[in-house]
Design a protein around this ligand. Structure first.
Ligand SMILES: NC(=O)C1=CN([C@@H]2O[C@H](COP(=O)(O)OP(=O)(O)OC[C@H]3O[C@@H](n4cnc5c(N)ncnc54)[C@H](OP(=O)(O)O)[C@@H]3O)[C@@H](O)[C@H]2O)C=CC1
Ligand SMILES: O=C(O)C1=N[C@H](C(=O)O)C[C@H](O)C1
Length: 271
């Protein structure tokens, strides 16, 4: 027990925070040592397990991330971009593994993660599931095999509380399609059509986002040609999928050099 990786979960009260705390506590390969929420949250100072409506876990929810990180081996962080950037700086100070599931980060925020990666071992992915990471490989392969007569559209659906679009997963799939085509996604990305948009530009990669109900996460990569359509699809039916991937990443990161990694590295699928 003493040698198991000690893990802190941030955003403890969130949808993923709660799933992560349950997954870490249920694992025999790591141990939950900290749960972080923002100052003033009504969970602060209370047992994380009791807050979730279950049995006591012996871990008190705290707002002192640096203190928690200082005695941990890894932090798993599914929160919001501004919070994740701050947590990355603290993970760098503590020289620990920072597993990041947070999506919706802009270029400036990503640059701060790169800076933190000089001292922290950062593992970041817009989707931590094996299925989606495999799908990125398939997407790249199909995009490379087809010419630009096949229009690529990425359609994603999520629950009505999601705040960012396109989803992190949709962007991963878009990057993979762009790589397959040998172009930069930024040069061909077409998101949020509305009104008189003019005809579709050949070679563009389009994104559409559906938001509703309790949809956990669904992604289609559509290759639409003349007389045929090819659709690659991933459907997540349980958030534990993402939490299990994140825990696997936190364990994989132990003993790795500081730097930036992704789930393809963790899953042994990197080129
Ligand atoms: N990579 C992957 O596999 C997956 C990624 N995600 C991503 O994870 C993120 C979280 O998703 P989800 O759990 O559904 O969202 P929730 O809104 O349910 O949870 C977010 C949590 O982060 C906390 N938080 C936000 N800002 C701060 C801050 N500044 N300081 C401390 N805590 C903060 C929130 O606290 P408060 O409520 O007080 O704001 C909340 O507890 C999203 O970016 C989502 O896209 C989700 C699933 C899978
Ligand atoms: O916010 C979510 O819920 C999810 N976010 C990730 C994303 O942006 O792709 C992963 C998953 O689809 C669920």
């Amino acid at each position: 027990m003493g040698d198991l990786p000690k893990i802190v979960v941030t955003g403890a009260s969130g949808r993923m925070g709660q799933m992560l705390m349950k997954t870490v506590s249920a694992s025999d390969k790591c141990t939950l040592v900290g749960a972080i929420e923002r100052s003033g949250h009504d969970w602060i100072g209370r047992d994380a397990g009791l807050c979730m409506g279950g049995g006591a876990l012996g871990v008190m929810v705290s707002d002192d991330a640096l203190e928690a990180f200082a005695s941990a081996d890894a932090v798993i962080d599914f929160t919001a971009p501004s919070a994740t950037v701050e947590f990355a700086a603290l993970a760098a100070q503590a020289r620990i593994v920072h597993v990041i599931g947070t999506t919706g980060m802009d270029e400036a925020e990503l640059a701060k993660l790169t800076a933190a990666g000089r001292h922290a071992t950062i593992i970041r992915a817009g989707n931590m599931s094996l299925g989606v990471n495999l799908l990125t490989k398939l997407t790249r392969m199909v995009a490379a095999a087809l010419d630009v007569d096949y229009d690529i559209e990425i359609i994603e659906a999520h629950h009505n509380r999601k705040v960012d679009a396109p989803s992190g997963t949709a962007l991963m799939l878009g990057e993979a399609a762009a790589q397959g085509r040998g172009v930069k996604l930024a040069d061909v990305r077409d998101s949020g059509r509305d009104g008189i948009t003019s005809a579709r530009q050949q070679g563009d990669i389009g994104f559409s986002a559906i938001r509703g109900g309790d949809i956990i996460g669904e992604h289609d990569v559509l290759f639409a040609g003349e007389g045929e359509r090819i659709i690659l699809r991933h459907v997540a039916s349980d958030r534990s999928l993402f939490a299990k991937g994140a825990v696997r990443a936190a364990i994989w990161g132990q003993g790795r050099a500081p730097g930036e990694y992704d789930m393809l590295d963790v899953l042994g699928l990197a080129d």
